[in-house]
Design a protein. Structure first.
Length: 218
């Protein structure tokens, strides 16, 4: 059973804030309640079985295109349609509040999607937001696979923002591990996975308005 309001790990929250300040990224293991991770993984498995995922593309708006040679996951946007989704989004709302208080980021909202990587798929090195168009400020990844084997592949590689060819670390996609990094400056890559890989990718956004209109998550 999962509680009505899953709590973030306080020690992990402190590490995330400190890591963002010092390095621009941080990893917190066991950050989200294990029962909630299992419920989210089961939901993603069910979505895949019902063919409710869609192939992810690159770019936004008119620049959006499917490029399986660059990105191989299939996704489903979180929309509060289930209790596990609502609980996870509630937890992210608490994190957003903490980041705004501690770092004065002015985060406006959070968007996220399930991501399913089938065996052999990957996502080439990229950043999540382009300079000058930085609606996405802080990126997040929650991993959902339990007991990920050493030879499973699918790690996320983090690269040095000042030297993008220099790999800083590889993060094993184990359930409960939560990664947080600055969207505009931290290059990262999903290495080829040998097994079905489950996660939730998310972004805290700063509002961008156009002609006085609020810019919703797209």
């Amino acid at each position: 059973m999962i509680s009505d309001t899953p709590l973030l790990d306080p020690a992990g929250l402190t590490r995330l804030v400190d890591g963002l300040v010092e390095h621009g990224w941080c990893v917190a293991e066991g950050f989200i309640d294990p029962a909630l991770c299992r419920a989210l993984q089961h939901e993603l498995t069910d979505l895949a079985a019902r063919d409710a995922l869609r192939d992810a593309g690159i770019g936004r708006g008119e620049a959006h295109e499917l490029r399986r040679d660059i990105r191989g996951d299939a996704i489903h946007w979180l929309n509060r349609e289930s209790l596990p989704q609502r609980q996870y989004l509630s937890a992210m709302n608490s994190l957003q509040h903490a980041l705004n208080i501690e770092l004065y980021l002015g985060l406006f909202e959070f968007e996220a999607h399930f991501a399913h990587y089938p065996p052999g798929s990957f996502y080439q090195k990229h950043v999540d937001s382009f300079r000058g168009r930085a609606n996405r400020v802080v990126s997040t990844v929650l991993y959902l696979n339990s007991d990920w084997p050493d030879d499973g592949g699918g790690e996320m590689a983090i690269f040095d923002p000042s030297e993008p060819g220099h790999e800083l670390t590889r993060i094993r996609p184990e359930a409960g591990t939560f990664v947080c990094f600055l969207s505009e400056t931290v290059p990262h890559e999903v290495l080829p996975t040998r097994l079905p890989r489950a996660s939730i990718a998310g972004w805290f956004r700063r509002n961008a308005s156009l002609n006085g209109l609020v810019d919703p998550a797209s």
